[in-house]
Design a protein around this ligand. Structure first.
Ligand SMILES: NC(=O)c1ccc[n+]([C@@H]2O[C@H](COP(=O)([O-])OP(=O)(O)OC[C@H]3O[C@@H](n4cnc5c(N)ncnc54)[C@H](OP(=O)(O)O)[C@@H]3O)[C@@H](O)[C@H]2O)c1
Length: 288
């Protein structure tokens, strides 16, 4: 019997239980997935307690979401390369009595991009990321791993500088940073047509209930390339709709959500992500 769970706050609308229950069924395993909603005032006590439960083998895997993806790193014993590089943990497991912090967001993003926008596999591409928060770091890490030029546009330049510095300290980069207003500057590198562009929204702009907002001007101009929106609620954001109207292939973030969960499940159970992925995708399709 497996015991998994999710740490975060708030957790009311999480799709993780639906995803992991579908994976358990598809893998023919018995188990349960619990929500551990930890208010920030209790985090310093409850996070180390939950990790101790994992260390003792009473839990077999935990996911971590907002607002604890960075904070939880203070209590892990080891970090995988992906977690260290992204500077965030979304998956925890124990091995030989040590709690390991891992990150499946970056790999989940890349798996979904290459399956749903397969033209990117013909690289190199230029990556253009909107936003400089936690998810942007996972996306930028993916772009740098591909060896592609990575650009970040952010409304707070100090946050963009922190992101670029984080990768530079790890010998990864450079990350080119630009102010938010530079998105439509005709002289910007993403309008130069030397490389096709993978344009990624890593901000919450356009997410329910603010569905009329778009992180990119809907009337364009658009770079030549493809578009990916990390937002998955709604599936078709105003940004995605406008990109498709401009004849750019575009994908929403639900696939990344499913992939990151399937890759976490693989870490916990050893069951290959491709075995459980179709059932997980089908399960969330009904909820989106
Ligand atoms: N599909 C998936 O599997 C997946 C995985 C992870 C995240 N996500 C989604 O990705 C989005 C970002 O998540 P996150 O964890 O990176 O959040 P985060 O750490 O809070 O970062 C959000 C980023 O967006 C910027 N931003 C917010 N509102 C903005 C606005 N109106 N204009 C310009 N920039 C704005 C923020 O800038 P400020 O700091 O200045 O506000 C920050 O740079 C969320 O919608 C989340 O649901 C999806």
């Amino acid at each position: 019997m497996f015991h998994f769970g999710l740490i975060g706050y708030p957790l009311k609308h999480s799709l993780s239980p639906v995803l992991h229950q579908a994976a358990l069924r598809a893998a023919g395993l018995k188990g349960e997935y619990s929500l551990f909603e930890v208010p920030p005032s209790e985090a310093d006590v409850r996070l180390p307690q939950l990790l101790a439960t994992l260390r003792r083998g009473l839990l077999h895997g935990l996911n971590v979401t907002i607002p604890y993806k960075q904070r939880v790193m203070a209590w892990v014993d080891d970090l995988t390369d992906a977690a260290r590089a992204c500077g965030a943990v979304n998956t925890l497991y124990a091995t030989r009595g040590r709690v390991v912090g891992h990150n499946t967001d970056a790999a989940g993003f890349w798996e979904d991009v290459r399956h749903r926008l397969p033209v990117v596999q013909k690289g190199p591409w230029r990556g253009l990321v909107l936003g400089a928060g936690g998810a942007a770091r996972a996306v930028v890490y993916t772009l740098l791993k591909q060896g592609w030029p990575a650009h970040v546009v952010a409304r707070r330049m100090e946050q963009a500088r922190a992101l670029a510095g984080h990768f530079q300290r790890q010998g990864l980069g450079p990350v080119h940073i630009h102010p938010w207003e530079a998105r439509t500057d005709p002289k910007a590198p993403w309008f130069q047509r030397d490389l096709p562009v993978l344009l990624v929204n890593a901000t919450p702009v356009g997410m329910h209930p603010h569905i009329q907002a778009s992180p990119w001007p809907v009337e364009g101009p658009w770079p030549q390339g493809v578009v990916y929106d990390l937002v998955y609620n709604p599936r078709e954001t105003r940004f995605i709709k406008a990109a498709r109207r401009a004849n750019l292939p575009a994908a929403d973030g639900l696939g990344m959500l499913v992939w990151q969960a399937a890759l976490a499940f693989e870490r916990w159970t050893g069951v290959a992500s491709r075995v459980v992925l179709p059932a997980m995708a089908q399960a969330v399709e009904q909820f989106s």
